[in-house]
Design a protein around this ligand. Structure first.
Ligand SMILES: Cc1cc2nc3c(=O)[nH]c(=O)nc-3n(C[C@H](O)[C@H](O)[C@H](O)COP(=O)(O)OP(=O)(O)OC[C@H]3O[C@@H](n4cnc5c(N)ncnc54)[C@H](O)[C@@H]3O)c2cc1C
Length: 404
């Protein structure tokens, strides 16, 4: 860790203020860093946590496009090769039926030969890689262990942000990357559609005696869903989504009870199972901001669109937003233009939002159907899987979304 780019200062001017050093905020800081802009990243967690983020149970499915973006940002190579898990193919199951919608192993992705639908990398490894990727740049400084509590964007040329210790930061542009529950989005007066699914997602790793074949499995059982994300051949990340009122029953289970429960759900498909990680849980709340910018400010990552994880688009969309916005800002720097102009920020929204809206609403509609256990919905669920399996254009379209 370079110490010279860590500053705790009283009153600070920069070109860009980034609120939140999650994967999206750090990726944007890295994407802008070569332009020479002075960038201040504010993060409420301590610097030591950013440098060594703890395991948080999330395994992030990444598309081939996201891999390319992470390579460009010098993040991909910072994840150990044996901690990048190929996701060969994926199957979807409805209820207790044995019928499977199958997204086969591709031969091509983004015009190049490919042998996997995508890749899985643990969220903490992405965060660590993103933090390491900004370290060589002295124009990126961190204020860690403090939150932004207030934002003022009334002036024409500057935006101001106040920290919880009263310190005021000023910049030409402020980027909100402070999670789907963003306080900064609210401070900027940007409204959002917030959908509370009333469910909890519970994540943990299991080792098992039979191979997972590197195949992801999404089981839309009745009452709860179970997704299996293959890591090593005998190591799988399990993702349960369940109504909030039943989440505690799962969280109260002993490791042996949990292993027995998952084995039963899978009818022994992965053999004997045992828990090998801590268990983490997240509230299932989807968010789509109604605008991706305000005066001298823009939203990225989950602040702009916080997806239901079932279609694994969250950080993939975060990265594509980072790429779009960084290109526009870097171009403005090259041409000597204002990096916080309304026209630049409007262009970011025009290029990013059509895609996020479709995926956000499409995912929510799919979740509504596949968590509805009424008899007509069960029939519709089965029909949708069969149609998707048997209509090549539909299947191709979904596969393309998976590979990027
Ligand atoms: C169970 C689960 C599985 C997922 N699976 C996938 C997947 O397979 N594929 C995929 O693409 N995505 C997936 N996602 C989504 C992905 O994890 C998120 O899209 C991504 O982490 C969002 O990153 P972010 O940087 O926008 O926000 P966050 O990771 O939420 O980071 C926000 C940061 O801002 C900081 N912060 C907050 N408030 C302030 C403040 N006021 N001042 C300063 N700092 C602040 C926080 O401490 C935090 O570090 C999954 C999510 C979950 C929960």
């Amino acid at each position: 860790m370079a110490a010279n780019n860590v500053s705790l200062c009283l009153g600070k001017e920069s070109d860009v203020i980034v609120v939140g050093a999650g994967p999206a905020g750090l990726s944007l800081a890295r994407a802008l860093a070569p332009s020479g802009l002075s960038i201040t990243v504010v993060e409420k967690q301590e610097l030591a946590t950013l440098a060594q983020p703890p395991f948080d149970g999330r395994e992030i499915a990444l598309t081939h496009y996201s891999k390319e973006l992470m390579q460009q940002l010098d993040m991909w190579g910072k994840v150990r090769a044996d901690e990048i898990y190929p996701l060969r193919d994926a199957k979807v199951i409805n209820g207790y039926s044995n019928y499977q919608l199958h997204f086969e192993q591709p031969t091509m992705a983004r015009g190049k030969p490919a042998s996997s639908l995508g890749f899985l990398i643990s969220n903490h490894n992405i965060r660590r890689a993103a933090y390491e990727a900004v370290q060589p740049f002295n124009n990126v400084s961190f204020i860690a262990g403090h939150s932004i509590v207030n934002v003022k964007n009334e002036a024409a040329n500057r935006i101001e942000a106040t920290l919880d210790n009263g310190q005021i930061l000023s910049g030409k542009l402020l980027i909100a990357a402070d999670s789907r529950f963003s306080n900064t989005r609210r401070q900027l007066g940007i409204s959002a559609q917030i959908h509370d699914f009333g469910r909890t997602v519970i994540v943990f790793r299991m080792r098992h005696t039979l191979s997972n074949q590197h195949t992801a499995l999404e089981c839309f059982h009745y009452g709860r869903t179970l997704a299996l994300l293959p890591l090593e051949e005998n190591l799988t990340n399990c993702v349960i989504t369940i109504n909030n009122e039943h989440a505690d029953e799962i969280l109260a289970m002993s490791p042996a009870q949990l292993a027995a429960d998952i084995t039963r759900q899978l009818k022994g498909k992965l053999g004997d199972m045992h828990l090998v990680s801590t268990i983490h849980h997240y509230p299932l709340v989807g968010v789509h901001a109604n605008a991706f910018y305000a005066r001298r400010s823009a939203l990225i990552g989950d602040v702009a669109v916080g997806m239901h994880p079932v279609t694994a688009h969250g950080f993939n969309l975060g990265l594509s937003g980072v790429s779009i916005l960084a290109k526009l800002i870097n171009e403005a720097v090259r041409k000597g233009r204002d990096i916080g102009s309304q026209s630049l920020l409007a262009q970011y929204q025009r290029q990013h939002m059509p895609h996020t809206r479709i995926l956000y609403h499409g995912t929510n509609a799919m979740v509504s159907l596949f968590t509805n256990d009424s008899p007509p919905a069960r029939m519709m669920r089965s029909l949708v899987l069969r149609l998707s399996n048997n209509l090549p254009p539909v299947k191709k379209l979904i596969s393309k979304q998976l590979t990027g």
